[in-house]
Design a protein around this ligand. Structure first.
Ligand SMILES: [Mg+2]
Length: 374
């Protein structure tokens, strides 16, 4: 079997104003695979540049083809995101070729359904936060998170560039945690995401104040570039730290894991290098008893690639679900049931990724100037 073509079509998630970069790989055996690359400047162009590198190759040589696509690129970026999209499509082809789901090719599955956590959205007031918390729990989720850095009154962080969180900001975040616990109790898992916003001392200060409220994780307290700083935060607080969504490849996670600077890792499958690269990260993390809770904000295609991976690793805890509030999210795949049901995604048992793209629905949401692949 040989790869004959790679095509790329960009849809627009107008709800979040984000591109969904879908990839399709074609073979001379008539099998096709569908994948998705994490969006960003130049990603579609990178997919099309990589096309000539894989045409004529055996689509089952997945690991070697990824190395071929990303070698000589020792930094992250569009090229690795594009290679991730092609890699996911190659797994889809491999599953169809070997007549099994992708998880079988990864060593088999540990679980039949994947527990997801919802991203709760809220307004500014504590009443809104209580209401949003109750709503996600009513939808059946047993875990959720809030972004806490987007809702500051300006006096809480006078200057976002110096990463200093004012005492009023700390009190505000603690009040959010208290409100959530009063609304949903302590049996629901609850995290907070602050997108690398703080300096080390302020991160530690707010996390120590949050200990009472038993957060399951505090996400990205400090910048992703400095493992030593993350380790310093980690050693000075009992609140678990989750990080990793913007890192690339096993090497990008190596020091974080080996120094045990974080408690939960959140690689993003269509960003980090694909399904197998995430499998490698999971294996290294598992040697340190560190769990994975993958970042997941793309379309249902990348989501279901993540589901295959999460089914096949021992140290999976939770998968993020972010985009399923897009009104046509479920419609993008040919299926009769919603993708997320009562806080879980059932692992599909169909061939490859176990999904079929709804071409008519995809065509409706093409970004301006785009054409849908064949
Ligand atoms: Mg995040």
């Amino acid at each position: 079997m040989k790869i004959t073509d790679v095509q790329c079509s960009v849809l627009l998630d107008e709800h979040h104003n984000r591109d969904w970069v879908l990839v399709r790989v074609y073979t001379d055996a008539g099998l096709t695979g569908t994948g998705e690359a994490f969006p960003g400047g130049g990603v579609k162009e990178a997919v099309l540049q990589l096309r000539n590198m894989v045409i004529g190759e055996d689509p089952l040589d997945i690991d070697r083809l990824v190395q071929k696509m990303i070698r000589r690129i020792y930094t992250g970026g569009a090229r690795i995101q594009a290679a991730s999209g092609i890699e996911i499509a190659l797994w889809d082809i491999a599953g169809k070729h070997f007549n099994c789901p992708v998880y079988n090719l990864l060593g088999g599955k540990y679980r039949d359904r994947i527990r997801v956590y919802g991203d709760a959205h809220h307004g500014d007031s504590l009443e809104d936060i209580a209401k949003a918390s109750q709503e996600v729990v009513d939808e059946g989720y047993t875990a959720f998170k809030f972004d806490v850095d987007h809702y500051y009154p300006p006096e809480h962080m006078l200057d976002s560039y110096n990463k200093h969180l004012m005492p009023a900001g700390i009190h505000h975040i603690v009040a959010i945690a208290k409100t959530v616990r009063e609304a949903v109790g302590y049996d629901i898992e609850f995290g907070m995401d602050c997108h690398w916003s703080y300096n080390v001392n302020d991160a530690v200060a707010v996390m120590n104040e949050l200990e009472t409220y038993k957060l399951s994780w505090f996400e990205d307290p400090v910048g992703p570039e400095n493992v030593e700083a993350m380790l310093r935060v980690s050693e000075r607080t009992r609140v678990p730290i989750l990080t990793g969504e913007n890192l690339y490849g096993l090497q990008g996670f190596r020091d974080l894991i080996a120094r045990q600077a974080a408690d939960i890792l959140a690689p993003d499958v269509p960003h980090v290098g694909g399904i197998l690269e995430t499998r490698k990260i999971a294996a290294m993390a598992d040697a340190y008893y560190i769990p994975l809770s993958p970042h997941n904000i793309c379309s249902p295609v990348a989501c279901m690639a993540s589901v295959q991976l999460c089914a096949a690793i021992p140290n999976f805890t939770l998968l993020e679900i972010h985009s399923n509030r897009v009104p046509w999210y479920d419609d993008l795949l040919v299926r009769t049931q919603p993708i997320v049901q009562r806080g879980y995604i059932t692992v599909p048992t169909g061939l490859g990724l176990g999904i079929e793209l709804n071409m008519r629905e995809a065509a409706r949401h093409l970004k301006e100037g785009e054409r849908l692949f064949d």
